[in-house]
Design a protein around this ligand. Structure first.
Ligand SMILES: [Mg+2]
Length: 334
């Protein structure tokens, strides 16, 4: 039977905590020993400075009220979630600016800066210095971010099945921690890699995931984050039998090329189809099965795609390919 959703906090069988407590729990996933959010880039685990202690032990036993829907044990599967327009049904960056500045003035000036060549992460850091807010106001705006019922249930179902779930995002650590806490998913993800963010001098500061002056070298990715490099590291670390990657934008294309035969790419349809367009334009570069989805059905197609990927048999030999795949594929499409 499907796991019944009981609203934020209750679905994963955990005691309800305050929003601040849930956000703290998520932030501890970025750094060991409760050191706070991303005090250094190394704590976010860039490829130049491997993380030290990020993964949080998590019981493989599903909550007693929520029986697994997946027949096959999925404990050696990795689900990688992009965040904006993938796990959540919005873009956190633009949503926050619109919520905190209904006049549109900051966004208009931001567009001018973009036309002058300012990169996205730098632009968002600038915007957060122009907006007027305190942390409660910012967190209240973030808490209003929508998640489809299908994505909600997919997170719950994958967790009940024992799959490891991680987030790989070009948003920022504060946004993601706050949204997950607000939606009761604070304990569902064992690792989150994104741009580090922290409050300083009464405002949120956002820094690039990729250290300044240390380019990642991928022509497919923005300068601040190469998701393909992170995914390579995760595959080498976990050696999962299958990777299930959920994405929508062009920034998800590089990791899509690193997926192996037997992996599954859930690519969102239009209008958030930057990833799908690139996959269609370069069909030989993506060796994973591509499954399309959108939110017109409330995320039911996303849920079905993930549950099928969790339960389908893994072709023999897939695990042995994991160490040999990424470089050659990336070079062929770069
Ligand atoms: Mg996205």
């Amino acid at each position: 039977m499907p796991c019944a959703m009981s609203g934020a906090g209750g679905a994963l069988g955990k005691p309800r905590r305050s929003g601040a407590a849930r956000a703290r729990s998520i932030r501890e996933r970025f750094a060991p020993s409760g050191e706070g959010v991303a005090a250094s880039r190394g704590e976010l685990g860039s490829e130049l400075t491997p993380p030290t202690a990020i993964c949080v032990p998590r019981t493989p036993t599903p909550p007693p009220h929520c029986a697994p829907r997946i027949a096959m044990a999925s404990s050696n599967m990795l689900i990688v979630w992009d965040f904006d327009w993938s796990l959540i049904n919005e873009n956190t960056d633009t949503f926050v600016v619109q919520q905190l500045d209904p006049s549109g003035d900051v966004w208009r000036r931001g567009k001018q800066k973009m036309q002058q060549g300012v990169g996205w992460t730098e632009l968002m850091d600038w915007a957060l210095g122009e907006l007027r807010y305190d942390q409660p106001a910012l967190d209240a705006a973030l808490s209003a971010i929508p998640i489809t019922d299908g994505a909600r249930r997919a997170v719950q179902s994958a967790r009940a099945a024992g799959a490891e779930q991680r987030i790989l995002s070009d948003a920022n650590s504060h946004y993601i921690a706050t949204v997950l806490a607000a939606h009761g998913h604070a304990d569902a993800f064992t690792r989150i890699e994104t741009n580090p963010a922290e409050f300083a001098d009464g405002r949120l500061r956002v820094r690039p995931h990729q250290p300044d002056g240390a380019p990642h070298g991928s022509a497919l990715c923005p300068p601040n984050l190469c998701k393909g490099t992170v995914l390579d590291r995760w595959i080498a670390e976990l050696q999962p039998a299958r990777v299930i990657y959920v994405g929508d934008g062009s920034g998800d294309y590089c990791p899509a090329t690193r997926l192996r035969p037997g992996d599954v790419l859930l690519a969102r349809r239009a209008p958030h189809d930057g990833l799908l367009k690139k996959c269609r334009a370069n069909p030989a570069a993506v060796r994973a099965e591509v499954v399309e989805w959108d939110d017109s059905d409330g995320g039911a197609s996303l849920l079905a795609g993930i549950e099928r990927a969790l339960s389908a048999a893994v072709p023999e030999g897939v695990a042995a390919l994991s160490a040999a795949v990424p470089d050659g594929v990336a070079a062929s499409v770069g």
